[in-house]
Ligand binder design. Sequence first.
Ligand code: LLP
Length: 439
Amino acid sequence: MSNFKYKRNQLYCEAVPLKQIAESAGTPVYIYSYQSLVGRYKELKQAFASAHPLICFSVKANSNLTICKVLSEQGAGLDIVSGGELYRAKKIKVDPKKIVFAGAGKTEEEIREAIKAKILLINAESEQEVEEIDRIAGELGRKIRVGLRINPDVPGGGHRYIQTAKEENKFGISLKEAKELFLKKEKFSHLNICGIHFHLGSQITTPQPFVRALKKIVPLIQELKKKGVEISYLDIGGGFFGVANKFARAILPLVKGLEINPVRSKSRFMGTAPAEHQGTSNGVKLILEPGRFLTAESGILLTKVLYIKKREEGKRFIIVDAGMNDFIRPALYNAYHEVIPVVRKPLNPQPSTLSDVVGPVCESGDFFAKDRNLPLLKSGDFLAVMESGAYGFVMASNYNSRPRPAEILVKEDKFYLIRERERYRDLIRGELTMEGSPP
Ligand code: LLP
């Protein structure tokens, strides 16, 4: 249930009117609801309760430390894809045994840091990467757990840029290659290759792609077991969006036969069973990597109307103070986000007109909404760009030398600044003259 709701024609986040935040923190500003974040986490946990999965929040969706911490306090682990995300995880002291690391191009430094941090699983995406991890682990004198990311060649997800599990995509290895690697896993003496990972894409709204992928992968796990190769972790990635139960109902029966074994796995996650558990497993731990599911609906982008421009044929451009640099999804993926006024007129129906909501950036791709029926607005009114809590701030840039927005977390009737608005001096931090001094 959304925690962004109208009360007496004013849009609220929990018990705080958004207008109040806009007036105190300025705009553009990202606003998140604590209740929504925790509520979504609990919904997912409950839906999959019978399998006791490890839920690793996909940091890339919203990497604000406070957001990650709220989820971690609920019991979530983290799914990371870079040294920078590992740095964030360490900053908030997430249990390393709840961290999984994916990514098609991990650098030597990133692999070394992940090994030293003793994370749960490095999910490798090629044989060459497996060799590299083995070499680095050897250098460090460690034995570590590795998963293989399989590309099951299954379509799924929204825009083609966010589909990741077709053969033509760069991610993972084929089932055949994975099987070969598992069968020669003893060759990699510093690794325990004991996990299978896949991630199908983002904005997947039906369980069908998961069903198709699992129907390919579960038989592989069973076949490997017969050949003496135990899989201890099945990481089915993220990408699911919508009602958690719908996914759980379709996914859980398919993995049941794998003896999903929460008891053994639990002790492992308490940190008591490090690398030495290898080869002794008799069940599979399920891992989920939700990003969008947990944070998208938990956040909005609040922006202020600067100008209204009317075209002769009646269409209006509503020019706002947020731009594509602050929120790029509409420009990049042609993504649809609802845009609604923060204060509604007390009229029913609301008089409206066809409008484009656009930003100040010097590109025609700089829009949030096109050809929408929006109420008659005026300069100084506030608008909320909905479902912006995932892939919002994290994809913001300083394009056009625009400082990035502030971030606010609302909990009940209080709100907290969880990231300061950037200042002009932040824009030039690190820049140097040709003499090597700050300009
Ligand atoms: N696990 C892996 C390995 C991933 O690559 C991703 C997302 C996730 C989990 C989380 O996916 P989610 O549950 O959030 O859908 N910028 C795009 C989304 C890119 C997603 C990349 N990988 C967007 O704005 O829609």
